[in-house]
Ligand binder design. Sequence first.
Ligand SMILES: *Cc1c(COP(=O)(O)O)cnc(C)c1O
Length: 483
Amino acid sequence: MLYHSTRNQENAVDSAQAVLNGLAPDGGLYVPETLPRVDVEAILNMDTYAMATAIIGAMLPDIPNMDMLVERAYRGKFTAEDLTPTVQAGDFTVLELFHGPTSAFKDVALCMLPQLLTAAKVQKGMQENILILTATSGDTGKAALEGFKDVEGIKICVFYPHGGVSKVQRAQMATQEGNNVTVLAVEGNFDDAQTGVKNIFATVGNELTDGGARLSTANSINIGRLAPQITYYFKAYSDLLHRGTIKMGEEVNFCVPTGNFGDILAGYLAKKLGLPVGRLICASNANNVLTDFINTGLYDRRRPLHKTISPSMDILVSSNLERLLYLMTEDATLVAELMQKLNKEGFYQVPEQLQNAIRAEFWGGCCDDAKASQTIGKVFAQNGYLCDTHTATGWAVAEDYRAQTGDKRPMVVLSTASPYKFPAAVLSSLEENNDPDEFAKMDRLEVLTGVKMPENLRTVRHKKELHTEVIAKEEMLPKVLHL
Ligand SMILES: *Cc1c(COP(=O)(O)O)cnc(C)c1O
C-alpha cells in the first residue's frame, strides 16, 4: 500500500518505508493513497489483540507478521487484559487509555512503534542502528523510553527541560532501565530542548552519527504511531455493542482531549474505515486554537501559550491537522500552500467548503483550568469516577456539546491519563492540600478516593536513579553524535 506526502502526491513509498521515514522529505506527513477496506462487523467481534492485528495490518500491509508484533508490543505490559477498557460513568462511557506501562495514553502507540520500526527495518534490509531523538515536556519521553528500551537495533535519547517537568515525571525518566537508553536534562525550557532536537536533525540530516546510527523520531507525525490508535475506537464501539447499549450500525460520538490532533485523527480514520462514528468532539484547554479553527476556519497560532493543568494539551501547532486537511480535500497543492502560510505568517484560513466539511464531522470546544478542576470534583461526587485533568477537559466539553446541540447519541469520552500522573491538580480539585511533596499527594489521593494507584507510579520513588546528568543546550549535538 502506498503512502505519499500531504504536500505532494508524487514520490509515494510503501507503508514500511513510510514508518521508517517518519516525515516525508518535503516536510509533509504521510497519508495513504487510498484507505484499505476492512470487514467492520468481523472486527467488532474480535478481541482487542485481533482487532489491533486486523486494523494495523490493514493500514501497514507491507510490514509482515503483524499478529506477532502486536503480541510482543502489548502482552503482559498492560494492567487491563483488554488493553483499553471502557467504564460507564453517569451519562458517558469513558474509554480508559492509561493502563499501559507508564499510565499515559501514549503507551498504546509507543509500545507498538518499536515493533513496527524493527520489522520495517528488516523488511527494507536496513543495516544501521536507528537513534530515536525526543524532546519531551513530560509524558511522551517516558512512554517512548519504556517502549524502546532494550529493542535491538534501536537506541533512544530523551531530552527534558531541567526543572520543567513534575517530580513524578522526572523520577519516571531518571529511573529508566534499558541498555539502549540515554536521558538528559537540558538547562532551559521545553522550547529550548525541542529547538535543540530540531537543530540536531537539521545538522545531521540523513547522515549517520559518529556512532553509526540514523536519526528518527517517535512523535505522532509517524504513521506507525497513528495506526495503533485507530484500534481503540473499534474496541469502545464493540464494548457498547456487546453491552447492548447500541445496535450494530448506530452512531456513537467520541470526545477527545486534543493536543497534536493525533488521537482524534485516529478517530476520523476509524470512521473512514467504516466504523459508525457520529461527531468527533475536539476538546481543548485554554490553548483553544483548534476550537477557533473548527468554528471559523481560521487557524491562528499568533497568541501566547498558556501553561495549564493539562500540560499535554498545551500546544499551538497541532501537526496532525495537516493530515485532516489533506484527507478532506485530497488537494496536496492547497495543503502545501496552507502550511507555508502557517510557517511564514502564523495563520491560514481554509476555503469555506472545507470549513463546512470539517464542521460536519467535528465540533470544537474548550475548557479552562477552573472548569476542569470543578469537573473533576463534580464527576467524582456524582459518579464516583476519578478522572485526570485532560479527561476532565474532555468531559466538560462533551457536556457543553450535548447542552448546545441536543445530540443524544451515546458519547464516549477518551481518558488519556491516570489521575495519579497529575496528583497535585487532581487532589486540589477534591480538597485543599498544601503538602509540597508530590508523592505525599499521590498517597493522599489514594486514601481520599479509594481509587488504586498504578504500581508503576507507586514504586517509582523507590527506584534507583540512573540518569542524573544536566547539560547545556550547546552540549546536545555533541552528546548525540557519540551515540
Ligand atoms: C498527548 C496527550 C494528549 C493529546 O493527544 P494528541 O494526540 O496530541 O492530540 C492528551 N492527553 C494526554 C494525557 C496526552 O499525553
